[in-house]
Write a new protein. Sequence first.
Length: 1157
Amino acid sequence: MFNHRRMSQEPRTYSLFLFLFLSHAVVCRRVPNSRQDLHPLLQKMAEEIIEGSYLNALLDLIQFQSSHVWTADLPHRVLAYLNSRNVAFTIASLQAAMENHLEQRLYQPQKLLEDLRETDAQRFRTAMKCLLEDKKDHLELEDVVIDLREIRERALQSPGVIRSLFLITLERCFQVLNALECVEILGRVLRRSSGSFIQPDITQRLPQDLHEDAFKNLSAVFKELYDQTSAHSQRALYSWMTGVLQTSSKATGDSVSWVSAESLWILGRYMVHLSFEEISKISPIEIGLFISYDNATKQLDTVYDITPELAHAFLERISSSNFDMRNTSTIHRLGLLVCFYDDLEFLDAAVAQVLLHQMIKCSHLRGFQASIQKLKANLLDIATENQTLNETLGCLSDAVVGLTYSQLESLSPEAVHNAISTLNQVSGWAKSQVIILSAKYLAHEKMLSFYNVSQMGVLLAGVGTQALYSMDRKDLVQVLRSTVSQHLPDLSPAQQQGVLSKLTEAGDTASALVDIQGVFFKGVSLFDLWREPVFNSTVLKEKELRRSQALFLYELLSKTTRKPDELLRTGQLVKGVRCSHIEAMSADSFLVHFRYFENNLSLLSPYQVNCLAWKYWKVSRSSMPPFLLATLPARYLASVPASQCVPFLISLGKSQLDLLVLDSHKKNLVLGKVQQCLDDSIADEFAVDMLGNLLCHLPAAIIERGITPRAWAAALHGLRDCADLSPEQKAAVRRRLLEQHGLPQNWTAETTKDLGPFLVLFSGDELTSITTKFPDIFQQTAFKMTRTLPPKEFLWAVFESVQNSRDESPSSDPSPGCHGVVIPSSDDILKLAEANACWTPDALLSMEEDTFIRNVELLGMVKGFSQPQLIALKEKAIQVWGMPFYWRQHHIVSLGRIALALNESELEQLDLSSIDTVASLTQQTEWTPGQAKSILQGFLEDSGYTIQDLKSFHLVGLGATLCAMNITELPLIKISEFRVVVARIGTLLCSTHVLAEFKRKAEVVFGDPTKWTSSILQELGTIAAGLTKEELQMLDKDLMPYFQPSAVKCLPDEIFKELSPEQIASLGPENAAAVTDAQRRQLSLLQRQSLQQALDGAKTRSWLDAPQSASPTRIPSSRSPLGACPSAGVFGLAALCWLQCPRPCGERCERVALLVP
């Protein structure tokens, strides 16, 4: 950020912490003494230095430089002035004092806010201008270059700093700078905050007299952040915007609307907050002008949260403005309003087709999908009136998704061929539909070539694995090199393996491996990489890697590449860095390259992060990023002094604690330190900013009593994104919500929207009033809850809400035995999602045939169905399709979890001749051993294959049914096929006997287990659990971290206990956390102690696990003056003083003062 240029030397970067506008203290070379008077502005700067106001001093420097030439004698003049005031500064001591001051401002943004409040208008203007001016990237001060762009970026990376800038901009900016500049600053700050700073009271802080351009620009910022803004804040901003618009409106009287075309353009997405009455009063002329505007369609395309009532009101006003609502041009301008088009009487087929084409965007709407599906079905009927489906197929847009199996099967291959340009772009196809359409298309094309595949788009997933494998290899290589490759990740694992098998068969395998990109590369076997050991790092940049691939490739490339940065910055190769690589780095090399690790933390294993922490502790613990301390044994964390709490919390809050610390006991110790640092309370929103992701781990007591009312709004915003709160945390949040907002029966629509993610915390009785008052909001909220399965009581509330809002009468002709049973409709099933689990088995069995056919795939995805419900749905399938003997591939594929209800004899009736059919079944993970055996035998019998005939893609498709093979059958699998799918098979949780047999096959591929490497152990996965106790005992302890956790869990208890204490201590944190209770119980005292060492992240090497009082091996080269602590970077000066203090653990080090005047 600061480059200091010395004569006959390369530019040198000073590693001093720069905050806000200057992150490094100014260090200049000495020049001959001068007696000239110091410029008044520099005198002012010097006086601020004497007062300790270093931020003001830096702002004075920037202001001076903006209008004066910086000469070489000026630094000396400043020091001379300071000396004349009896302040004996040296460059070094000034450097240290400035750094300490500015670092404190980084970690205490409230004080930054106070500084900016107290500074004079000119300095404040300078500060804001520095933040605003992108064009001025550098300041040249003779031998010092200040990088303003990097300074701005650093300032805007801290949530606390951003909040300070946001607040000060609202408080002072509009009085000092012009409104347009302040709006631009607000926009930058708010975009960095993701809208979380926008609270309802923001409108009270906005100027009431903004001129037109500033108002429009600020409105544009709020529109851009609409989705990140709470419902209460949206309502407040809408009121503010409309207040300004009404004031400037020329409308008079209640009968004339203030809403003009221009005001609608300014409101943008906020137009959905207009009331029905306001919309109905809009002048036909104004609504006509608005809809004629070229950008109106773009604006209407984004009103995702519009309701049917408001949409109909807008459509009515547009119609009243003499626009022909059946004109193609008008329909194209309606945006998302088209999703609520209701003038279907006497509509002709051509207009219906235009409407359907426009309705492809309706999937973006928040809710109301059931009514949209109905509208599409009605338009589909009109569009195909007096024409066959074959004739109109290409004109129906995504409404074709609503076609039933029988309709799709009635299509001619020629019709599918002619409509392929439409069909290949439609989203929302069910897998079974894709299978039917792909078969129709290929029936017309006769053979599978690159050209045919390139036309299929999303329908490529319906091509059979065998067909893909049978393609010409040159065509497949073309597929990899074309845009069609974007659809390869959508293929099933079996299909992907079919493609990979053909590509890596005898031929130019090396070029194929170069062409395979993205996630598809993860399917390449370690054996295939072995066969082509000629790689360079550049070809790996766009490839996703399994850890076993990365371990092999990093080791391979490190032998020919001398520069670590070439490897570390290459794609996902960082996954393959071993501890030995990290330990072998020199101190300087490690510190230079650490940023590559830090920028890719999500790719690193807990063991790798632990290795990084130990290396940092060894070479430069003074500048160690504090979050790394959490991965070391607890005693290292426990002694972090109070002075370092803020950097520790900020650093840890930016990481994912669940990935850093896997052991629950150790996690509790880490959280204990967090509580100690917080003093069990969160005082304000700045503390919330500091905590970051740690909010999700706060104890229930702090949530309930420790978060002050001032901090609660910001904390609640953070808690919304917590995916796995404990029952105690949830109860605490619920009590706070009741305290803050009262009972749900008193909530407004805005409160219900804002608290949506927390509705699952309330009982069914408490939710009754919400489901009655705001059924649409409640159902939309429930529909979005896909990350976790909501509680049963919440699902019942959803179920009852949907039932109460039904607008259709029960079937007048129920099936026999179904009298008095509420029968599911298609609307119900679509709205309910997971709440479909609340239907009784009788209700599911009583479903109408057409409803079942249209919704079987949705029902097959419901995770909460019980066995009786699944049996009822299976019986329904038999009623509709006949006995399983008659079912075709698309029927079986559509069943999803319903297939789990098929008993062994029914599974034997299925046609399982296609590996794709089998692969769809093995996606389910709840098969009994008997069912799995029936599927396996069914495939072998129906396909005519023997075990010896199985290709690698067959093995992948068979999945967990391989675990049902007899021990005598497993040796029959060809090694040539097994070796390319080892990683896939290594994900299976088979019995010990089966894993042992797979291990024997792995020996044929990879050799003697005593010679296995880290990449081989990773590749094997659970297969490694088939090792004998003798083989395990022979493994080098340094290989223990490279077992997969799933393999550790699969090791039999009696074999796991045979590991030596050294091997157990070397498991690494992730594998140690995978040890089961049963395995742990078999261990001796010494082994359990070793296991605890591994959980703690301890190391056995003495130099790595040195006591706290040890001095660092390496002292940073940049030193402060004698008697002061060396510069400590991010971790701070005080940390180094603490770490170097030769005291026993637990005693508080005295603070070593900086040398300041």
